[in-house]
Design a protein around this ligand. Structure first.
Ligand SMILES: C[S@@+](CC[C@H](N)C(=O)[O-])C[C@H]1O[C@@H](n2cnc3c(N)ncnc32)[C@H](O)[C@@H]1O
Length: 115
């Protein structure tokens, strides 16, 4: 994406279109993976903290082992570590619907459409 078009990243329309074209299991990390963030997060967070994930998208944790390739969202990786009070917010209802369905078994974690 060139600099002229970068402003589209601010628009809900861009993200709704992008997320509606992606296959259901598609996940993508724009910043860092959970494994890269884990040392910083574990130093800053307690298990009873309320965690807000703004612009959650469908970020992913990828762990590649010799046989097993584990793929899960940043929020689900946190949840499985024991951080349960997580609110995920995104203005794209498409990604929130996909991610909340995918993580339905993680009952204490919420997914909300919001700006
Ligand atoms: C670059 S992606 C980052 C996704 C994820 N946090 C990651 O690091 O991989 C930006 C996300 O923020 C959402 N977003 C952008 N502007 C927003 C706003 N004003 N309010 C809520 N969500 C927004 C987009 O829909 C998109 O899912």
């Amino acid at each position: 994406m060139d600099a002229e078009n970068i402003d589209v990243l601010r628009t809900k329309e861009y993200w709704d279109t992008r997320y509606s074209k992606e296959p259901p299991d598609h996940e993508f990390d724009w910043f860092k993976t959970y494994d890269e963030l884990a040392p910083v997060l574990s130093a800053a967070l307690n298990f009873d903290h309320k965690i807000l994930v703004l612009g959650c998208g469908n970020s992913v944790r990828k762990t590649t082992k010799i046989i097993l390739k584990l793929v899960q969202s940043l929020s689900s990786a946190l949840y499985e570590k024991g951080y349960h009070d997580i609110l995920n917010i995104d203005f794209s209802h498409i990604v929130i619907e996909k991610m909340s369905a995918k993580h339905a078994r993680m009952e204490q974690m919420a997914w909300k459409v919001s700006i």
